[in-house]
Ligand binder design. Structure first.
Ligand SMILES: Nc1nc2c(ncn2[C@@H]2O[C@H](COP(=O)(O)OP(=O)(O)OP(=O)(O)O)[C@@H](O)[C@H]2O)c(=O)[nH]1
Ligand SMILES: [Mg+2]
Length: 229
């Protein structure tokens, strides 16, 4: 796919003079959030904005196939100022724009870095995709993979690079476990077996709307990455 078909859709005319490929000194930490359709990526992104927005200078890039639905949701939720949210329309399978041709996402990140002085963190939400979709390490410094309980307790043991290699696996919607007959003990045990020492967080955004455990993990990544840069 060419970059002509994958583009940030809400460029502000005020950014028109900006060449995203121009070298610049400041680079924000980039954290990708991926996972199957409807697992709770946008809800987690909103929760992180609420939890971290007061103390971390952050922005968000959303990816949707044909719409700007997720960016629209975040704007409407009022979790961030609108100039801190950029939408990329992938026009194809979401993994294309986060793994194969990351140009539009890089452009969106660099636009935000240009627009917001001292930007520390950019959260990039992938479009919902299957268990094989992961971010290029050229796009993100860390990646979170979100699966949900409603998909059944078999999901972690099905594996795939998101489940096995993401820097953090989130098992979301634990409040729904009794409704769908999912065994959280099995999910957690399978997740740890598939991932070795990599961390797993189980959460419900109904019970803990600000995702405190994931927010703490993000803070730890910011400290680690700031120390090595
Ligand atoms: N019960 C429950 N619902 C949740 C939880 N987290 C998210 N949801 C709901 O699940 C639905 C899908 O959440 P989204 O955040 O839109 O999921 P997504 O992964 O961004 O979806 P796509 O971007 O379309 O792939 C929404 O109705 C959320 O309100 C949770 O922990 N518990
Ligand atoms: Mg979403």
């Amino acid at each position: 796919m060419s970059a002509d078909h994958v583009h940030p859709v809400n460029f502000d005319p005020a950014d028109a003079g900006h060449d995203p490929h121009e070298p610049h000194e400041h680079r924000a930490v980039r954290i990708g959030i991926g996972g199957p359709v409807g697992s709770g990526k946008t809800a987690l992104t909103a929760a992180l904005c609420r939890a971290l927005g007061g103390s971390v200078n952050l922005a968000v890039v959303t990816n949707d196939i044909y719409t700007t639905e997720d960016a629209d949701f975040l704007r409407a939720a009022g979790v961030l100022d609108v100039e801190r949210i950029e939408a990329v329309q992938t026009g194809a399978c979401p993994h294309t724009a986060i793994r194969d041709d990351i140009t539009a996402n890089l452009d969106a990140v660099e636009l935000l870095e240009h627009r917001i002085p001292g930007l520390e963190l950019v959260i990039i939400e992938s479009g919902g995709d299957n268990l094989t979709a992961v971010f290029s390490r050229g796009l993100v410094d860390r990646q979170v993979f979100v699966v949900d309980v409603a998909g059944g307790d078999k999901v972690p043991r099905k594996g795939g690079p998101g489940v096995t290699t993401a820097d953090l696996l989130v098992i979301n919607k634990t409040d729904l476990a009794p409704m769908v007959g999912a065994d959280l003990g099995v999910m957690t045990a399978d997740a740890h077996r598939m991932r070795g020492d990599l961390p797993v967080i189980s959460q419900s955004l109904v019970d803990t709307p600000d995702a405190p455990a994931v927010a703490e993990w993000v803070r730890a990544q910011l400290r680690t990455l700031a120390a090595v840069s």
